[in-house]
Design a protein around this ligand. Structure first.
Ligand code: ZN
Length: 174
């Protein structure tokens, strides 16, 4: 049974480490599969649209995401590599590990990653806007980077829309 893990917050050392590459042989291990299930459970409980392993204190290169869009089903990305990065835009962003805050950050509007899925099969995920933003945000977590490192005008979420972004760690192009 999946369980909800604690989401660590800014100041926790694991958030600042470059996460370790996952050995593909490890992916089918029941403990690794449990980690994936727990990460989904934790993300949906938060709620959020993405969650990286360092956010539950595990320094490994994987994240889960679900942007709640019919064209993009829930996904697991392991050992991601950048395949596409186009058109810089300004976006409003939040993070479950920096609760209650939002800021403006420059992101690529179109972005794509390749890697492995939870069966160890090769996958590629690419898209625009929220999907692209989520991929970049989660990839940053695997490199020890938080959005607040590069964002401007970091502030407590004040409006309804900002609270949604801060809580769901989702975002909209602005
Ligand atoms: Zn985050």
């Amino acid at each position: 049974m999946p369980y909800i893990r604690e989401i660590v917050e800014d100041g926790h050392p694991t958030l600042r480490k470059v996460a370790k590459k996952v050995d593909p042989k490890e992916i089918l291990d029941p403990l690794f599969q449990q980690l994936i299930d727990d990460m989904f459970e934790t993300m949906y409980d938060a709620p959020g649209v993405g969650l990286a392993a360092p956010q539950v204190g595990v320094s490994k290169r994987l994240f889960v995401m679900d942007i709640q869009d019919d064209d993009h089903p829930p996904a697991v990305m392991i050992n991601p590599k950048i395949e596409l990065a186009e058109e810089e835009v300004e976006m409003t962003e939040g993070c479950l590990s920096v609760p209650g805050k939002v800021g403006e950050i420059t992101r690529f509007r179109r972005f794509g990653l390749s890697g492995l899925d939870r069966n160890g099969e090769k996958i590629r995920i690419e898209g625009e806007d929220l999907l692209a933003q989520c991929l970049q945000h989660e990839l940053d977590h695997l490199n020890g980077v938080l959005y607040i490192d590069n964002a401007r005008n970091i502030r407590p979420a004040a409006t309804e829309e900002e609270r949604e972004i801060a809580q769901a760690a989702s975002a909209e192009a602005s």
